[in-house]
Design a protein around this ligand. Sequence first.
Ligand SMILES: Cc1ncc(COP(=O)(O)O)c(C=O)c1O
Length: 475
Amino acid sequence: MLKYRRINHQSMDGINFDSVLNGLQKELKPYDSKETNILKIPEKGMAEGSLLETLAHYAAGENASWKEGKVSGAVYYGDEPLLSFYEKLYHIVSQTNALHPDIWPSIPKFEREIVSMSSSLMHGEDGVRGAVSSGGTESILLAMKTYRDYFRKKAGITEPEVILPSTAHPSFLKACDYFSIKPIIVGVDEHFRADVEAAKESVNGNTIAIVGSMPNFPFGTFDPIRELSETAEDRKIGMHVDACLGGFIDPFVKDSGYDFPDFDFSLGGVTSISMDTHKYGYAPKGTSVVLYRNGDFFQNQIYATASWQGGVYFTPTLLGSRPGYPIVAAWAAMLLMGRNGYRNEAKKILDAGDFIKKSVRKIPGLKVSGDPLWVIAISSDEMDPYLVWEAMSKKGWMLNGLSNPPGFHLALTHRHTLSTVKEKFVADLGESVDSVRKGEVKASAMAPIYGMASALPKESTDVFLKSIVEWLYSQ
Ligand SMILES: Cc1ncc(COP(=O)(O)O)c(C=O)c1O
């Protein structure tokens, strides 16, 4: 049953919202028709066994695709011995809260060690400071807020602007939205790398920072960080390197025999870096590291007040209460893996990425965008790539849709290094292209959303997408 508050359709001229929701129902709210939705806390508590059974039922249906390596990104490791280890950790530290370093001083100790270990991967020196956030988005929100406050105090900038390549993760736009920073979007070149000249020309008296990604999410390509960093150093502004996706692979790319540029604190203009322990750091979900070249920047991330009746209050990140478990698990993941473990995983992923990239280039009609390493974006000049994406979905692949150019990507993880997964991906892709050529594939529920979203003006797209999200969160 579709149920949602009627929204103002006028601003979404030409869109049949009902048909969009109908299409999405099966994918995003598959249980609505089959299961009873719970609306109230039951008067009498349920039995543990029945709750566990309910969860096992959902998990059985939802875990198969990522376990088989058919999902892009999302689960970065997922092998059993590691999952059981995380369960054991949870048992020991489930009650810890980083908000109370007096009760659990081990948590900030682990956090400091995570910061040091991460910084050492990024050629950070003694003065580097940072914290563990809840994920890449929070690290990026924090870095942008930090630059806003730092340059307000240091340079009197009250109308801050940040220079973002069009491929930068949307969490930067979210930060701009939350913290009243103006995003200045610069394009990318034919290799899907930030346009350095455009970035240089965009710097003005209000600029607080330039952003570069290592790699970016859509195309997995690497921005020219050295050149961007030189501009940042020259103009005395901040430079954030988003290594959320690459932070635990980038340091090992050269060891695996592939070329790789310098991108971290070894470049003088780089003032902050985000790197996600919950992605290729192989920790469970809920942590990322944000690092600053020095404590002056970091001070602007911290919130502290003494004027509350509840006493002195401070938080280094956005959250108040902060579960200790994800921090402990990220710390343990780094120690368990060791540099050697990360290096070995990186090599496997990079080799699988190389195989897929080369194989896709051999499929007539398909193109790889730019020259990525392990996030492989595919587009086409000959056919509608969204139909290929749809044909792949029919074969069980859960890939990420892209726009401008239309296409989709596979972000390789440990799951894709398992036996025969990469070969299966390439074979299925070849068959999907054939089906599209034969006219056998119909557009998916997602394709019209991508089409409509890119055809509409921004305000309408916002209403359109927010209405879909409201529907998702409505009973
Ligand atoms: C390059 C990049 N930056 C930032 C993020 C945001 O990370 P999270 O989803 O953990 O908030 C992602 C997520 O995929 C990413 O790929």
